[in-house]
Design a protein around this ligand. Structure first.
Ligand SMILES: CC(C)(COP(=O)(O)OP(=O)(O)OC[C@H]1O[C@@H](n2cnc3c(N)ncnc32)[C@H](O)[C@@H]1OP(=O)(O)O)[C@@H](O)C(=O)NCCC(=O)NCCS
Length: 174
């Protein structure tokens, strides 16, 4: 856990982060644009429980905190099917006023450290095609576009395509 020049810290989430995390997540979902979720499910209690084990062989729940406030979050978890266990999928969000200040990059660097430490061979994610900032962040970390799923999200605003991206942590199979 290292404090950055901007005064935020990235670390595994703990139960005490649940309330602040939920405020962050509600605000990002409320924007209605960037993430799949149209509504927030789960209570402070749900996340208190989930954040009891935030760095396991199965998953990492990471937070960026400034003081006591959760300003960013990244969740990465291994696929469940036996033949896709080498892959882990991730999702992330940063508070609006903190975007473009390196929080997402710090979270992604930590997620990659988790993946490497646990023998994950590939990271996967999906992103909406107009999410320029997210696309820039993923490209910076070596993710490449692997395809486009048409109308894959049916959000309250309508159908949206998703770009699927992958980042191999070993030499990709030929
Ligand atoms: C996508 C998101 C997680 C990125 O986090 P962030 O803290 O803003 O990212 P960073 O500040 O680390 O920036 C990463 C790169 O994006 C680029 N970038 C920053 N702002 C940008 C913008 N407005 N447009 C295009 N690229 C931009 C920067 O060049 C930066 O690379 P650099 O460090 O080499 O300069 C964050 O913006 C966010 O939460 N957005 C809303 C929710 C979301 O989209 N979640 C992901 C869904 S797939």
């Amino acid at each position: 856990m290292t404090e950055t020049a901007d005064g935020f810290v990235v670390r595994p989430a703990g139960p005490a982060d649940a309330r602040s995390f939920l405020m962050l997540w509600r605000s990002v979902v409320g924007e209605g644009t960037f993430v799949r979720s149209d509504a927030v499910h789960g209570s402070v209690r749900t996340f208190r429980k989930r954040f009891r084990s935030s760095w396991t062989n199965e998953e990492a729940n990471l937070v960026a905190v400034h003081g006591d406030r959760v300003i960013g979050h990244l969740s990465v978890s291994r696929e469940e099917h036996p033949v896709t266990r080498h892959v882990a999928s991730l999702g992330m969000a940063v508070a609006p006023e903190w975007r473009g200040r390196g929080v997402g990059s710090a979270l992604m660097a930590e997620a990659m450290a988790w993946a490497r430490a646990h023998g994950v061979e590939k990271l996967a994610l999906s992103v909406y095609p107009d999410n320029q900032r997210a696309l820039a962040l993923y490209a910076k970390f070596g993710f490449v576009e692997e395809g486009r799923l048409t109308g894959h999200s049916r959000k309250s605003v309508g159908y949206r395509d998703e770009i699927v991206m992958g980042r191999w942590l070993i030499d990709p199979p030929t």
